[in-house]
Design a protein around this ligand. Structure first.
Ligand code: GDP
Ligand code: IMO
Ligand code: MG
Length: 426
């Protein structure tokens, strides 16, 4: 196996965790490189369902190293819950490591996120309220705490003298929220220090060097998806990190040169949670049917996901900006009983008839766009037990081959069910 990055190629929830878990069998080191517990990653193995938020989806295998990388933001209370849940399931956590350079989500970050969402009159994003945007904002403003600060009384003391007066002024005057005393924050940091202590990887440089030198296999696990990327997604209706393949280079400790492949995970249709444009969205009974058959409800927030037909315009864009070398197509089994499957190959501007085959990045015009569809015939049989590409019904293969043609990118994996076993590797 070469070193692979698994990323979401749509708006998240494409089945990245299933693909990561599958590929983790052959990997030695699995790294989550961006995002935080806004992610909800589901793995089904041996008939059991596991839900991860921060912990890499490779943790179910014994003897693998799973690193929560520097590019992530960590909400300690959520991390604790996740750890406790896995301990109850007797999952071996001895390979779990946390980068000392990861950023901590403090209580004020979740409070500001919640406040902004609840009070937005215009421009509501529909965030997961896990403090993601405010934490990354402070990281970029250079006023965030990193995991390593928890173990350096000097750094913590000096940083809090800078951070707290600023934060408290903002919390009080801008948001009318509770302020924090230094004693209170130090007590909290003390608690966090104990929580993270067994996992912090202070020798991460040597560890990463060794994996590289020994030619061990590295798997990078992305969260969210290309269309939620802060640079390339439907800005401002995005998350605050870089889910594109390039994010693995800045969020892990390895540069881009160790990466051999980028696998973009995409569903056979599209879903989105939260606000923002979605040209192929179906608000009719077909959308409801996809949601019901595909069980499209959020792992992190339980929200019903918005559903629509496969959008090859955004996917072509994702192939480019995500840096995809191949696609893992999931949930094609959801269409087993559909007579017709539509595929959006272009957008039409309802104002002047202009046709877009490339993705228009100005999302404020998306409300004027309608999808141009081609129609594909369903296959009418259960494909969840199929394990070989040649055994798929002809119409399913035709649909997949048409996708490869339109996207000019090969499909390397076809997923026909949630279980680890329900996979076809081409
Ligand atoms: P992630 O965030 O990208 O890891 O995806 P989620 O876990 O949020 O959502 C994907 C959902 O689809 C989970 O419930 C998976 O168990 C499920 N799933 C993944 N692949 C398939 C598939 O090929 N078919 C079906 N029916 N379900 C799948
Ligand atoms: P996984 O890794 C789907 C969405 C939120 C919102 C926007 C910003 O499971 O695919 P945030 O809390 O990040 O500031 O919210 O991004 N979002 C996701 N949607 N899957 C996710 O993660 C998501 N993480 C964030 O719904 O629209
Ligand atoms: Mg998810």
């Amino acid at each position: 196996m070469s070193n692979k990055v698994v990323i979401g190629a749509q708006w998240g929830d494409e089945g990245k965790a299933k693909i990561t878990d599958l590929l983790a069998q052959d990997a030695d080191l699995i790294i989550r490189y961006q995002g935080g517990c806004n992610a909800g990653h589901t793995v089904v193995a041996h008939g059991k369902t596991f839900k991860f938020h921060l912990i890499p989806s490779g943790i179910l295998y014994k003897g693998k190293t799973c690193l929560i990388g520097n590019g992530t933001v960590i909400l300690p209370e959520y991390f604790e819950q996740e750890i406790e849940g896995l301990k109850k399931e007797n999952i071996d956590l001895s390979g779990l490591k946390v980068s000392p350079l990861a950023t901590i989500t403090m209580p004020w970050h979740t409070e500001v996120d919640g406040y902004s969402e609840d009070n937005a009159k215009k421009g509501k994003i529909g965030t997961t309220k896990k403090g993601i945007g405010p934490t990354y904002t402070d990281k970029m403003a250079r006023i965030a705490l990193k995991i390593q600060d928890l173990y350096s009384p000097e750094a913590l003391n000096e940083k809090l003298d800078v951070i707290l007066p600023l934060k408290n002024k903002q919390l009080k005057e801008v948001y009318g929220l509770k302020t924090y005393s230094k004693e209170e924050v130090l007590a909290l940091c003390d608690k966090y220090a104990k929580l993270f202590e067994p996992y912090v990887c202070f020798d991460w440089q040597e560890m990463l060097q060794n994996f590289k030198r020994e030619n061990k296999k590295i798997l990078f696990e992305g969260a969210q998806g290309v269309m939620l990327d802060v640079d390339f997604g439907t800005y401002p209706f995005v998350t605050s990190s870089n889910p594109v393949g390039g994010g693995a280079a800045t969020g892990s400790g390895y540069g881009p040169t160790v990466i051999n492949e980028v696998i973009g995970v995409a569903k056979a249709y599209v879903t989105r949670v939260g606000e923002g444009p979605f040209v192929t969205e179906l608000t009719d009974e077909t959308g409801d049917r996809i949601r019901e058959v595909g069980h499209e409800f959020g792992v992190t927030t339980g929200r019903p996901r918005r559903c629509g037909w496969f959008d090859a315009v955004t996917m072509k864009y994702a192939c480019l900006v995500g840096g995809l070398t191949s696609i893992a197509l999931t949930k094609i089994d959801v269409f087993d009983r559909f007579d017709e499957i539509k595929l959006c190959t272009a957008y039409k501007d309802t104002r002047d008839g202009k046709i877009y085959t490339s993705y228009p990045t100005d999302v404020y015009i998306h409300k004027y766009l309608e999808p141009v569809y081609e129609s594909h015939k369903g296959w009418g049989v259960d494909i969840t037990g199929i394990r070989k590409y040649e055994d798929l019904p002809l119409n399913a293969r035709k649909y997949l081959e048409r996708l490869e043609e339109v996207l000019a990118t090969p499909i390397s994996i076809v997923s026909v069910g949630p279980d680890r076993e329900q996979t076809i590797c081409k």
